[in-house]
Each structure stands twice: as C-alpha cells, then as structure tokens.
Write a protein that binds this ligand. Structure first.
Ligand SMILES: [Zn+2]
Length: 100
C-alpha cells in the first residue's frame, strides 16, 4: 500500500453523493474495503478509529483532484494541515478513480 503526502481541505461538511450514507461509506463502497484505523501515518491518537471520510488534495501541483481518505475526527479537523496518509485514496468526483 502506497503513502501519499496530502493536505486536508476541510470540506467534510459537504454532503455525500446520492446513494451514499457518508463519505466514509463512499470510500468503502469504492474500495470494497472496511474503513478501520485512521489513515494518517503519524496519527497521534493511538489506534484511532477512522470516523470521517476526509477530503484531501495531494501535495502535487500536477494533480488537483480531491480525494477521500478515512481519518479519525481529530485529524480531519486539522484543516490546511499537511501530512502523510496511507492509501487507497478515492477521487471525490469519480469513485472508479482510486490511488492504491
Ligand atoms: Zn487520526
């Protein structure tokens, strides 16, 4: 599984697309995985459960897509923060676009 340098966009209040109960549900259906732990590599909350489908962008000027990644609520509240997360990341506009 790859890791990605990202920043948190703080758009978590945006409603999930039709047919999904939450952005976390969106991520789970797209990846076929169950969100478990917070994906932030250096999450300070020991074994924190991922509760939020966070909106992030890669720290890569050539890719300005928005991606969804499971984070604990504390990490998701650090708007504008830069950190490293483990994949997969799911495009917020196209669930078939996944960075594994
Ligand atoms: Zn966390």
């Amino acid at each position: 599984m790859s890791t990605y340098k990202v920043h948190n966009l703080g758009e978590g209040a945006r409603p999930a697309p039709f047919g999904y109960s939450s952005w976390l549900d969106y991520w789970e259906k797209a990846t076929g995985m169950k969100a478990n732990r917070c994906h932030r590599v250096d999450c300070t909350q020991l074994l924190a459960k991922a509760t939020d489908g966070a909106h992030v962008q890669l720290d890569n000027p050539n890719d300005n897509h928005w991606y969804i990644v499971p984070l604990c609520h504390k990490c998701n509240c650090q708007f504008g923060a830069h950190f490293t997360v483990g994949g997969p990341l799911v495009s917020a506009t196209d669930p078939s676009v996944i960075l594994w």
